[in-house]
Design a protein around this ligand. Sequence first.
Ligand SMILES: *Cc1c(COP(=O)(O)O)cnc(C)c1O
Length: 423
Amino acid sequence: MPPSPRPADPAAASGNSHALDDALRQRAARVVPGGMTGHLNAARLPPGYPQFFERGRGCHLWDVDGREFIDFMCSWGPNLLGHHHPEVEAAAARQAALGDCLNGPTARFVELAERLVGRIAHADWVMFQKNGTDATTVCATIARAATGRRKILVAQGAYHGSAPWCTPAPAGITPEDRAHFATYRYNDVASLEAAAAAAGSDLAGIFASAFKHDLGIDQELPSPVFARRARELCDAAGAALILDEVRAGYRLHPAGSWEPLGIRPDLSAWSKAIANGYALAAVTGVDALRDAATRIFTTGSFWAGGVAMAAALATSEVAEREDLVGHLERVGRRFRQGIAAQAASHGLAVRQSGPVQLPLILFDADPAFEMGSLFTAEALARGVYLHPKHNMFLSLAHTEADIDQALAATDDAFAVVAARHGR
Ligand SMILES: *Cc1c(COP(=O)(O)O)cnc(C)c1O
């Protein structure tokens, strides 16, 4: 029985309810540059968002001050089945009792590789890493090793990780780090053709995200024409088509996000959701690239750890057994329809784009995300953790009752936005 919607906590608004979080931030600021690195720095979020968390269960999350939220970020993707999913935790605990980091992999390594080759449509083989950045970097390396060429095409504004070749911040990066990465515009066939032509006989590979999910702008599913042209250009040039599945993987289609388009990549990079929160990444590839994948030297001290692989096996089993994609589509549609109806009833113009499984809510005429920030801060104060400009994520643990409880809070949050910004 879900608890009934709560009114906004006045203590939260006055700041009293995040005393422990504040204290941890102050301590962190002294011993960690900026207090926290990258996207997990809560200073990038509207006021009131916690930096530090205590625990998670299902689609619920508690911060260090004991505030409870319905979680629409899912650890920024990794939480696919729900925090602390019993089957995943049991599999991980069994493996942890035997050993995680040994002198080499466990049998889970082979079992998981077999499972992914069976599951992912284009995959003839698998290599494991830890983070999505590892996987995308390995993909670029394999494409170059296979072709003996240098140029890699990436979509403008697309996120592929935080290595020098792809990190969005310029600090500490030299032009040489990116000398052979050229850009095209996602879903723009002419720009893709022009970039491929400019790379000419030096084209090693083309990166595409599973769909366009760049920060702060409307999401776009890949157009069939764009996906097909990317495949054709790679075939014509003998280059590798590389699908970045790190964000979308498992949530759109069990066998690969471009399966509904009928386009198969040569390489795919996976991470985030594949082990339900345990650290694991994978590259899947086709036989034609097996030799190149064998020749590169790529490894990491923790890449063969058995616990994450046991968790990944359980994650894949549960996702397939429970029709994860169908569930995410159902609850995602319910959330999107509810948000659309509420915004309209408050006279607010919002845009929701991309697949319903990865919601994004942007307000019209809100270039500085003022309305979006107010909306999400008000939702947070009512126990719903949303993001004002990054795509969000749903999980198998989100029930229709959770969605409805969240919608009760967003209705009130919209009312606050309408009172301040409405016409
Ligand atoms: C998160 C992400 C990455 C990087 O993954 P990390 O595990 O953070 O290194 C790469 N590509 C996409 C599309 C992502 O969303």
